[in-house]
Ligand binder design. Structure first.
Ligand SMILES: C[S@@+](CC[C@H](N)C(=O)[O-])C[C@H]1O[C@@H](n2cnc3c(N)ncnc32)[C@H](O)[C@@H]1O
Ligand code: SF4
Ligand code: SF4
Length: 335
């Protein structure tokens, strides 16, 4: 169940407070894989030490954080990932791990700690193997099953590349078989991609619309598509170049932290090189609310988590029934 304190905090944000209820912490930008479309791999950056991360977590728990996402790069690459996850749990956070889930040894240890895990998955074994190597598809699925058996709420994340969109029915069969849901998000393209993005990576608008229609009709048939209809309809209409017509709550209800400890409203700001961040001390001296002052740089995005949260926050009354029902049924919050 959603704790009542989360509801109260979210309503507080709705009436003008800034509380970083959800934190996405990019522990590292290192990653052993090389997904061609990845926007966050190998950005040069210092990394905080274990002690610095613990200090940061303690401070954020004072700011009212509830959900802490261990993200990357590949977060499993950090030697201290178990210690960090445990510490976050002791701070009272619900811990999520966003991962490729290949390191099964660490997954087994983390399964005792995690509340949620979002695991990247391509539509087919062949596409997945091309990104992450031989045996990776099997390992990813085994980790997902293991986490699910241990009671962790697992969701796959599939990026809507041209290739993935072509093979959605294979993916649907797999998630139905495993009884694990899947989230989707469009491919985001940045400056760094322009020179090395394979030309055929992005779907055309027609392919995209066809894919979204397939996802919507599959969602109407079974419950293993976690992405909401509202989100799917929105990206179908506005992707790839129109800003979504709604207020964004990033920087007010959520933030992203870089490996070296800079606090940004969202990951788009980090990868776009906009110098609009706070340090931890500033969050306390000036107040976390000044992070959202930097939002005027925003050119919009289609990122699943941010947009789903925005849909909920912008029509709390309409969404509360959907969110409440999902939570009672043990589903992903924005199903
Ligand atoms: C950057 S990765 C970090 C965590 C972990 N290494 C993983 O792959 O899940 C987080 C998510 O972003 C997705 N992603 C990477 N590049 C993307 C892009 N250009 N557009 C949209 N999503 C992207 C990945 O597929 C993954 O689901
Ligand atoms: S596994 Fe994750 S961080 Fe690594 S390259 Fe792929 S998407 Fe990027
Ligand atoms: S890039 Fe996306 S998440 Fe970030 S502030 Fe803009 S709309 Fe919000």
């Amino acid at each position: 169940m959603i704790p009542i304190n989360v509801l109260i905090k979210a309503l507080g944000v709705k009436v003008g407070k800034s509380i970083p209820i959800m934190v996405s912490h990019h522990l590292t930008y290192r990653c052993p894989f090389n997904c061609e479309f990845c926007y966050r791999k190998e950005i040069p950056s210092e990394e905080m030490s274990t002690i610095q991360i613990k200090e940061l977590m303690k401070k954020f728990s004072e700011l009212g954080t509830v959900y802490w996402s261990l993200n990357g790069g590949e977060p499993l690459i950090r030697e201290d990932i178990i210690e960090i996850a445990k510490f976050g749990k002791n701070c009272g956070f619900k811990i999520n791990l966003t991962t490729s889930a290949i390191d099964k040894k660490k997954i087994i240890l983390l399964s005792e700690i995690l509340d949620f895990s979002e695991i990247s998955l391509s539509s087919t074994e062949a596409i997945h193997t091309k990104l992450k190597g031989d045996g990776s598809y099997k390992k990813t699925l085994e980790s997902a099953k293991l986490l699910k058996e241990k009671g962790v709420k697992v969701a796959f994340m599939t990026v809507l590349t041209k290739e993935n969109i072509k093979h959605l029915s294979t993916l649907f069969d797999k998630v139905r078989e495993l009884e694990i849901g899947v989230n989707f998000q469009p491919l985001a393209k940045y400056q760094k991609h322009l020179s090395n993005f394979p030309a055929d990576y992005e779907p055309t608008k027609e392919e995209f619309v066809e894919g979204i229609d397939l996802i919507i009709s599959e969602k109407k048939r079974n419950s293993f598509i976690f992405t909401s209809i509202e989100y799917l309809e929105m990206i179908k209409k506005f992707w790839p170049d129109k800003k979504l017509p709604m207020k964004c709550w990033a920087g007010k209800i959520s933030c992203n932290i870089t490996p070296d400890g800079k606090i940004f409203p969202c990951c788009n700001y980090i990868v776009s090189g906009v110098n609009a961040y706070l340090t931890l001390n500033e969050c306390f001296k000036k107040d976390f609310s000044c992070l959202s002052e930097s939002l005027n740089f925003c050119k919009g995005c289609y990122f699943n988590t941010n947009v789903e949260v925005n849909i909920i926050m912008n029509s709390v009354l309409k969404s509360s029934f959907r969110v409440g029902k999902n939570l009672i049924m043990g589903k992903w919050i924005w199903n």
